[in-house]
Design a protein around this ligand. Sequence first.
Ligand SMILES: CC(C)(COP(=O)(O)OP(=O)(O)OC[C@H]1O[C@@H](n2cnc3c(N)ncnc32)[C@H](O)[C@@H]1OP(=O)(O)O)[C@@H](O)C(=O)NCCC(=O)NCCS
Length: 434
Amino acid sequence: MSDDPPQRLQPVDLRGVLHYVPQFRDQTFVIALDGSVVAHENFPNIVTDIAVLKSLAIRVILVHGIGKQLKRLAGETNTAISDAYGSGPTDEPTLKLAMRAAGEVGHLIDGRLQQNGLTSVEAGLARAVPVGLVGGIDHLQTGKLDKVDLDLLERLMGRDTVPVFGPVLFDRDGDSLRVNSDLLASELAVRLGASKLIYLTPHPGLIAGGEVHRNIPAEELDALLQKTEDGIDERLASKARHAHEALRRGVPRAHILDGRVDGCLLIEIFDKVGLGTMIHANDYQQIRSAKKRDLEALHGIIRNAARTEALRYRTRQSLEENLGHFFVYEVDGSLIGCVSLVPLDDSGVAELGAVLVQPFYQGKGVGKKLVEYSLKQAKERDYHKVIALSTQTSSFFTEVCGFTNGSVDELPPARRQAYDESGRNSRVLVKVLD
Ligand SMILES: CC(C)(COP(=O)(O)OP(=O)(O)OC[C@H]1O[C@@H](n2cnc3c(N)ncnc32)[C@H](O)[C@@H]1OP(=O)(O)O)[C@@H](O)C(=O)NCCC(=O)NCCS
């Protein structure tokens, strides 16, 4: 017997977690489990940790693989399978075994969720289409995600429910298709606007060139994959590629973790140091100066926001004339937010305005990034003060973006006159740049 005193819970552990609670509340995490992780003795701990995440009002979606179980069934039934992971062609015997394996793994997950007071929901939430010919090869009954019923999913994501997606989905005719779970998780994360995509694997993280990479910016991951792909386990490379794609399409973070380690999820999420590999988007990569081709979309989102009086309306013509002062936030080719930075006079004061994020993307940190980016730009242009005028969002500027309350006297004369004439009585918020 060990003489070591039992380890006590440290208050600082809970205080550290508390910091993340508001940040993650109502956020969606897509967690992908390899079949081998579901079969591992640590799996019950993972589900308990998922219950902890749920109790913190984090919306969790599970996706599971079946590679290990499928290979085992193939051995037991002496069946030659065409592909174990749903990335190559799936012939009829393989599909049959995949359906059995999916049933087995899904059942295991459901049972563990039940044990933790959670209910799983699946079936009918997503539909697949056949992949068809890839590189001249008919992929037979291998599919990819077609439609997902986001409305239904939203309604089902209650406090105690966890949507679970297996890697065999129906097509529109009700026939089954085998889907690669790495791809499915990545697609779901994008379509759900998830803030995290987490792959739980039987590896300590993304191992490339013999070392575990802990923290990789998305743009470096691409180079890493191309440079050392030979050295990366194919199952890990698949996750890294799909994580990269999710980040390119707007998911801010992806993680590759060791699902065999007790506490892997909670440590990665709540500990600053983390445990596996975190792949993160460059915070500003999606923010850029507005271009002529953005004019229609920009005018559209400003017009909509102006209807609620949250924002002052700008005509198409005035937008066109001032396009050079706008920055836009783009996700997957769509414009989801904007901000303008207009010099007020020659005294180094600029006005930050038209901060706007499309409703679906609100509350995910985009507005804050737009403001931070503009302040950085202002500094680079040698402005010493940035002023924002706000009717309904002053606490966003003061509490989130570090502005302080100022007075109308800080506005240069011409701007002061326009302010008085507008009759909006906006609050004046000020950020002095050091
Ligand atoms: C205001 C707005 C730009 C914020 O963008 P967003 O992407 O939703 O904000 P973020 O996700 O970056 O929010 C970060 C923080 O701001 C807070 N916040 C968001 N909107 C807020 C508002 N209207 N008032 C006060 N605080 C707000 C959030 O609660 C969050 O706080 P937390 O970090 O403590 O949880 C966005 O809600 C919007 O477009 N609103 C409509 C247009 C508008 O009012 N523009 C301002 C014109 S001056």
